[in-house]
Ligand binder design. Structure first.
Ligand SMILES: Nc1nc(=O)c2c([nH]1)NC[C@@H]1CN(c3ccc(C(=O)N[C@@H](CCC(=O)O)C(=O)O)cc3)C=[N+]21
Length: 354
């Protein structure tokens, strides 16, 4: 534990300073590091207690995963075969979706996977979209197919997810994949839950017999993460064997902290900034932040900034490991999508005859 006093010039700047500092601590071992933030403006005296929280570097883990995919794709193309192909369908022009798709295309380029983005107008009918999906389902040159969510209100999300052929469903959102996943059968695993598990496993964090708390019960994120964490050895390397509690919007705050204070692992996936604060976690906790919140930030040239569900600055002083936002789960999600696309190409997921 390190006790230090520093003069900083803006509280928000300090958040960035601490993040940078923790990145450093994550890279090195722990040790005496003196934070020093420079800049003009209001002076504040802050005393920060820093423990040796290690950063779970999503950018580095994502690169490791992408490199594994890239090596396999090189082997495929070296043998004269065509590379895997991912087709992404975007309905409308949701700005967040545009960013995510850009990141997916970049990852495809990196790994040697070919990609195609089909942009359709917001006004498209559900029937027209289904016709488009039918074409792509039957196109032998399309291995992985996904429709970026959310879709406009007049289109039924469940119908769309179930209309992507299960063997091309690299998102794992088709009901066949969801059901198979729940009973430990072969399936495509949604990229975000798979990313969280990879981050835990590749960091060497033990889950067996631990107390895990998942905040958030969304069908594509919170729920499958909880299934992973509580699952038994039948899931192979992705088993958690943890005692898992799911908290959600109707968990009273006083009850939430009863669970988080005894948690060895907290996965925050509620979409609520500052949901997890230092006062409700125990010393040494592992925290994975899945939250994606765009909040106004007056110091950021009036632009919004991306934050997770965790008060990073505070919680990192108590946690043993912590993942940041951005640079945590997000990049690993994109990397796991590449892995799923490779699986789809290799036709490695088989569905029982029905
Ligand atoms: N059919 C479908 N499949 C998805 O996998 C899917 C989806 N719809 N809808 C939205 C969510 C969200 N998601 C993310 C992807 C990349 C980052 C990512 O790259 N994040 C960067 C920052 C990106 C930024 O600047 O906003 C980071 O956290 O460092 C985050 C989130 C995939 N999703």
């Amino acid at each position: 534990m390190l006790q230090m006093t520093s003069v900083i010039f803006s509280r928000r700047l300090c958040v960035f300073g601490c993040k940078l500092l923790l990145r450093k601590i994550g890279e090195q071992s722990s040790g005496n590091v003196t934070p020093f933030c420079q800049g003009a403006g209001r002076k504040l005296h802050v005393t920060a207690r820093l423990s040796a929280a290690k950063l779970i570097d999503g950018v580095a883990i994502a690169k490791q995963i992408r490199d594994e995919v890239k090596a396999e794709v090189s082997e495929i193309t070296a043998s004269g075969k065509r590379p895997p192909q991912l087709t992404v369908v975007l309905v409308g022009s949701d700005p967040a979706s545009v960013i995510y798709i850009k990141n997916k295309i970049k990852a495809c380029e990196y790994t040697g996977i070919t990609s195609d983005t089909i942009r359709l107008p917001n006004s498209i009918t559900e029937k027209e979209l289904l016709t488009e999906l039918d074409l792509l389902n039957n196109d032998p040159n399309v291995d992985g197919l996904l429709v970026q969510l959310p879709v406009p209100d007049h289109i039924c999300e469940r119908t769309i997810c179930d209309s992507v052929a299960p063997e091309k469903d690299v998102d794992g959102f088709n009901i066949m994949n969801v059901g198979s996943f729940c009973v430990d059968a072969e399936s495509f695993i949604p990229a975000t839950p798979a990313a969280v598990m990879q981050m835990i496993k590749r960091t060497g964090i033990e889950t067996f017999g631990k107390n895990a708390v998942v905040c958030g019960r969304s069908k594509n994120v919170g729920l499958p993460i909880a299934i992973f964490l509580h699952g038994d050895g039948d899931r192979g390397n992705l088993a958690g064997d943890a005692t898992t509690t799911i908290c959600h919007r109707y968990t009273p705050p006083e009850q939430l902290q009863v669970f988080t204070k005894t948690a060895d692992i907290i996965v925050a996936a509620a979409g609520v900034p500052n949901l997890i604060t230092a006062d409700i976690v125990k010393e040494g906790v592992v925290v994975i932040d899945v939250g994606i919140n765009r909040v106004d930030h007056p110091d950021n040239n009036g632009k919004s900034m991306l934050v997770g569900d965790v008060d990073f600055e505070g919680v990192s002083q108590k946690a043993s490991y912590i993942s940041p936002v951005p640079g945590g789960v997000g990049p690993c999600t994109v990397a796991m999508l590449m892995k799923n696309t490779l699986l789809a190409y290799k036709k490695e997921i088989h569905f029982a005859a029905h």
